[in-house]
Write a protein that binds this ligand. Structure first.
Ligand code: FNR
Length: 178
């Protein structure tokens, strides 16, 4: 059967370049995988006092979505050389209970998209470290990064063919592992 992917954008911005690349991935997969999306803006700030059983509905929705997926695709900006707080926040919620969470052994594909020339690769190093902490199975490949995205995105989609090829070659390799 078809792999089920959970697609997460690290940006809440309505005109987000990262969300545009994520939607381009969904388009180009063209039905080769079932793609769900999760809006990480729905979960509150992490607070261990709120990390209860049963979980808050928004947190339960996040954890259920991750648990139901064969793999998670994260496309995120780099903020100040690191992971956007909103993404780290979602990963922190999903990471509990420690070492036994829905992220344990979960295949995760990561890519970064940036308005700048370095493409967000410094964020990828930090994100890989966080994913290691939660015992996720990060897909290993040369960094998938789209720099100077302002020139490569139109109408909410990635239009630069070289970038599309880079991203989709890696996504297809990831799919083959699921
Ligand atoms: C940025 N940006 C950025 N870019 C980068 O390549 N390295 C960085 O460290 C940062 N830092 C950073 C911090 C903050 C707070 C913001 C808001 C932005 C620029 C970033 O790449 C650009 O705004 C992207 O367009 C953000 O992604 P979305 O929202 O378009 O998906």
């Amino acid at each position: 059967s078809q792999p089920k992917l959970l697609c997460i954008s690290g940006s809440l911005r309505s005109e987000s370049f990262n969300t545009a690349v994520l939607e381009t991935i969904v388009d180009k997969l063209d039905g080769r995988a079932t793609c769900e999306r999760f809006d990480i803006g729905t979960v509150p700030h992490y607070n261990a006092d709120l990390d209860t059983d049963p979980a808050l509905p928004e947190v339960k929705a996040l954890k259920d979505a991750i648990a139901a997926a064969d793999g998670v695709v994260i496309v995120t900006p780099e903020y100040n050389y690191s992971i956007p707080g909103v993404l780290k926040n979602a990963l922190d919620w999903a990471s509990r209970p420690g070492y036994q969470s829905v992220l344990k052994d979960k295949p995760v594909f990561i890519a970064t998209v940036s308005g700048g020339g370095t493409g967000g690769v410094r964020c990828q190093a930090h994100l890989k470290n966080v994913l290691a902490a939660v015992l996720a199975q990060t897909f290993v490949c040369p960094e998938v990064a789209v720099p100077t995205a302002g020139q490569k995105i139109e109408n909410g989609r990635l239009t630069d063919e070289t970038s599309i090829k880079l991203v989709m070659t890696a996504v297809d390799s990831f799919l083959q592992t699921l």
